[in-house]
Design a protein around this ligand. Structure first.
Ligand SMILES: Cc1cc2nc3c(=O)[nH]c(=O)nc-3n(C[C@H](O)[C@H](O)[C@H](O)COP(=O)(O)O)c2cc1C
Length: 293
């Protein structure tokens, strides 16, 4: 029986899982594969339930040397018919007004997007706090790569889970196969936080360049010394050339939970099965009279 939450019901999804926007590794084929995985559901039901469509546009608002025209991006995407948006990084301020006024479905990412914030609050505490304090339905993000993770986030009050790193190691992901293998072979200790000295902390794969950046930060180097190492264009060559040391690249601690390279459809089906199993087996803990303490 499918898991039903606000997220599945509103967006017409079979499984309460979404793939977060990812700079560089989110090509058309991967988006299409997620659409296929979504179509595990009866298309007629999906059509009826979803007035938004399965895909959205991510607008990541981060400090930039030349700030992009975020409001222009939002308007252009709306004009193109996009109705789901994911904003990340800074306060979406004027952008969110434009989106809300147009009746779009907006997911705002906080302490996520490879930018875990400056306080190092773990997911269990963050999600329990969100459940207590956030009035809007919320999606858990970061640290979920399997059905156990999905079941845990639902137990904490989330309406679903957002995943990034796990989708990088799928058949349809267009990053070089050597990087997919690196992901499979790496563990939960293979990431590091960089740019904390600039209050722009980013979690990245622990490689040669990351270590150089950390050394520069420890010496209180100026950003102009660090910048060539952390350039996005340089990071991109990791995925195109298959060299894990070519630049810095975002990766989550879920590296420790990724052991294979399935298709997106196989992955999402497996996550659904595992999550259902976990939910059913934890239900057995309370399958008796209510607590009286
Ligand atoms: C390679 C990579 C690039 C990413 N780029 C972006 C981005 O540009 N904007 C954004 O909002 N999130 C970005 N993310 C974050 C994902 O959308 C997602 O929130 C995050 O990966 C969830 O954590 P997980 O990797 O533990 O599943 C990126 C993640 C990865 C792995």
């Amino acid at each position: 029986m499918p898991i039903k939450t606000y997220l599945t019901e509103t967006l017409g999804l079979r499984v309460p899982v979404v793939m977060g926007g990812m700079q560089w590794p989110t090509p058309e084929e991967l988006k299409h594969a997620i659409e296929q995985a979504r179509s595990l559901i009866d298309p007629e039901i999906a059509k009826e339930r979803s007035k938004y469509g399965a895909f959205g546009v991510n607008i990541t608002l981060l400090p930039a040397v030349v700030p992009p025209d975020y409001e222009g991006y939002a308007r252009a995407a709306l004009e193109a018919g996009v109705r789901i948006f994911e904003t990340a990084g800074n306060n979406p301020g004027p952008v969110i007004k434009i989106l809300k006024d147009a009746g779009a479905f907006v997911i705002h990412k906080w302490e996520c997007a490879g930018h875990p914030g400056e306080d190092d609050i773990g997911g269990l505490v963050l999600l329990a706090l969100a459940a207590d304090q956030v009035k809007a339905p919320f999606i858990a993000s970061g640290g979920v790569a399997n059905g156990r993770g999905l079941a845990a986030t639902l137990a904490l009050g989330a309406v679903g889970a957002n995943m990034g790193t796990r989708f990088m190691a799928t058949k349809e992901s267009e990053i070089d196969d050597k990087i997919k293998q690196v992901i499979v072979q790496s563990g939960e200790r293979d990431t590091a936080h960089i740019l904390r000295s600039l209050r722009n902390t980013t979690r990245v794969f622990k490689n040669k360049i990351t270590k150089e950046v950390l050394e520069l930060e420890a010496r209180h180097a100026e950003f102009k010394e660090i910048q060539p190492l952390v350039s996005g264009q340089r990071g991109r060559t990791v995925y195109t050339k298959g060299d894990p040391n070519a630049g810095v690249w975002t990766a989550g601690q879920t590296l420790g939970l990724i052991h294979d390279i399935p298709t997106c459809k196989e992955l999402v089906a497996r996550i659904e099965r595992e999550a259902e199993e976990r939910i059913r087996s934890t239900y057995a803990y309370v399958n008796g009279p209510s607590a009286r303490l």
